[in-house]
Design a protein around this ligand. Structure first.
Ligand SMILES: [Ca+2]
Ligand SMILES: [Ca+2]
Ligand SMILES: [Ca+2]
Ligand SMILES: [Ca+2]
Length: 586
């Protein structure tokens, strides 16, 4: 090309240069030409390689749960029960977002962000029974929705989205691949920037794929997965632009990943989800709630708070403890939306507020137990929510999470002062990244000497599909004793048949949660896996959570069917590595 034939690549607004006096290129022009060639290469090269991760969609609830590379899960609702989910980059910005096919009205609904909200575009799709395939079939950086028509084993490749409220465009090409009944999936199996179609044939256990949109034999085939597995492809394990297969196995709710397109065992795996959930895969971008500054752990992963107790032995006094709390007393979820009683200013549950490093520290005046309090100042906003509301005469817990420093502050019986300071009966400070416990014998904002926040049921974790920690609960009368990890007791009753502070219980594995609505089922399942921890004197089997306007109070009442006899006390002593640390042994 001639020295000035590059006008088509000129940046907008750039001044045209005067023509050169001779046809020979100057060194500067050579540099310019090399740059242009490089730019052109980048323009036609595949988009930047990005790690793919997986998500799960609960089709009964329309709940999407996307997992980032660190294992953090963000959940949101999109679509209706029964919708068929997929992920794609519909607006070509590099981020995969939800799409769904609703067979009842024949429409595909696409959304351009990983948040709850309405569809950005919708169009009529194919014939009843067609399977949508999301991918970038022409390598232009934009995902579109193609069709796999199972009875014909024919793929219709469509490289444009349908017009909003219109139909899907006509196919750019079509070809036969596989046998009727094969399960299609989409990926870029040869890293050329263009997605093609693979098939999982359950009868043989083989995965087949082609690297072009032409009829012919598979370019690769290898054994992977079991019948009933749900297959997908993505760039995981080895992030090199090559998509490789993974399965979600409903029978044991485990993802298995292959890092190369060759036969062999899974290279990585993890357990997650529920058998009826459907997997999706993609590059989800920065998910809400997982970005820098909001990703504090709630104590380390090896904290006793975050330890499963479903396989630990039943405590020898289990039956006595359960009887003392109330074998026929019903569970109550002490959390919800709105206020209680009606017309009051009292939200349901124990609220907390999250602050950043810019929140000013204010003096805290301890009015009852200064000797068992961590001294202020604490970064408590003047309008921090108070348990029971501003007028409460109850416990008046105030909880503040500093998301930048990952420090938790909790106060009991707290009142704001006009000068910005607070009075509180006592207060405690916790490093959320540490397994340190309070000094033995010290109280905290809770009677057991434990942090409250760690045991709260929070809406964001329920919407993620799993609660991964013990839940705080109360009992009418406790023993004058505490067990690890508790640090404090609040009783004069020395009868050993009463449960001590810190005692862990779990919902029995035999309790059937399958008929519960999802908000309650997530909580009940957590009570089986992570259990509940006795933290205060109060109403029997009252479990604690944070108020949130998205709670469905009617659904939370489904938990009322659980009664004391459905629980058993758990002996966690085998997990104790050091009585003065929350770290679990091993
Ligand atoms: Ca996008
Ligand atoms: Ca495309
Ligand atoms: Ca390809
Ligand atoms: Ca790869």
């Amino acid at each position: 090309m001639g020295p000035d034939d590059d006008r088509g690549l000129r940046a907008e607004g750039e001044q045209l240069k005067p023509p050169h006096s001779n046809s020979r290129s100057s060194p500067r022009m050579w540099i310019r030409r090399v740059l242009i060639v490089l730019m052109t290469m980048f323009l036609v090269a595949p988009p930047a390689v990005a790690e793919d991760t997986v998500g799960l969609v609960d089709p009964a609830a329309g709940l999407w749960q996307l997992r980032d590379g660190n294992g953090k899960i963000t959940g949101f609702f999109y679509g209706n029960p029964g919708d068929f989910p997929m992920m794609g980059d519909w607006d070509c910005d590099g981020v995969d977002t939800p799409g769904l096919y609703r067979q009842s009205d024949g429409f595909v609904y696409l959304r351009n962000s990983n948040t709850q909200g309405a569809a950005n575009i919708r169009f009529f799709f194919g014939n009843p029974g067609d399977i949508p395939l999301a991918g970038d079939f022409d390598g232009d950086g934009c995902d579109t929705v193609s069709i796999y028509r199972a009875p014909e084993a024919r793929i219709y490749v469509i490289n444009a989205l349908g017009a909003n409220d219109g139909g899907l465009g006509s196919a750019d090409l079509s070809y036969v691949f596989g046998n009727p009944g094969d399960k299609p999936f989409v990926g870029d199996f040869d890293a050329n920037g263009e997605d093609t179609v693979g098939l999982h044939r359950e009868s043989t256990g083989f995965v087949y794929f082609r690297n072009s949109h032409t009829q012919g034999n598979a370019n690769a085939q290898f054994f992977f997965g079991d019948p009933g597995d749900r297959l997908m492809a993505g760039d995981w394990g080895v992030i090199d632009g090559t998509d490789t297969p993974a399965v979600f196995r409903p029978s044991n709710t485990t993802f298995y990943f292959r890092h190369t397109n060759s036969q062999g065992n899974a290279d990585s795996q993890f357990g997650w989800g529920s058998p009826e959930w459907l997997p999706v895969a993609g590059s989800f971008g920065a998910l809400p709630g997982t970005g820098p500054g909001s990703g504090c752990p709630v104590f380390p992963a090896n904290s006793i708070w975050n330890a499963r107790v479903d396989a630990l032995p039943v405590h020898t006094r289990s039956a006595q403890y359960v009887a003392r709390i109330g074998a026929t007393a019903n569970v109550h979820a002490d959390l919800g939306s709105g206020v209680w009683p009606p017309g009051s200013t009292s939200p349901i549950g124990i609220p907390y507020v999250t602050v950043g490093a810019t929140q000013p520290d204010v003096p805290i005046h301890f009015t009852s137990w200064p000797g068992e309090s961590d001294p202020g100042p604490y970064p408590v906003p003047a309008n921090a929510p108070i348990e029971g509301g501003p007028a409460s005469s109850g416990d008046r817990h105030v909880i503040v999470v500093d998301r930048d420093d990952c420090v938790l502050y909790e106060m009991f019986y707290a009142f704001p002062n006009g000068d910005g300071s607070w009075n509180a009966a006592n207060g405690a400070r916790y490093d959320l990244r540490s397994n340190s416990l309070r000094p033995a014998g010290w109280t905290s904002a809770d009677a057991a000497g434990l942090p409250i926040y760690a045991g709260l049921v929070r809406y964001d974790e329920v919407v993620s599909g799993t609660i991964r920690h013990a839940i705080r609960f109360t009992a009418p009368e406790t023993q004058s004793a505490y067990v690890w990890p508790a640090r404090h007791e609040a009783s004069s009753n020395t009868d050993p048949t009463y449960p001590p502070m810190g005692q862990r219980f779990r919902l029995k594995a035999s309790f059937d949660t399958s008929g519960m609505s999802w908000q309650s089922k997530v909580i009940a399942d957590a009570m089986k896996t992570y259990g509940i921890i006795l933290a205060d004197n109060g109403s029997p089997w009252y479990i604690s959570g944070a108020p949130d306007e998205r709670w469905d109070n009617d659904v939370l009442h489904e938990l009322d069917v659980i009664e004391g006899s459905n629980f058993e006390a758990v002996d966690v002593s085998s997990l104790m590595a050091d009585p003065n640390s929350g770290r679990v042994a091993g």
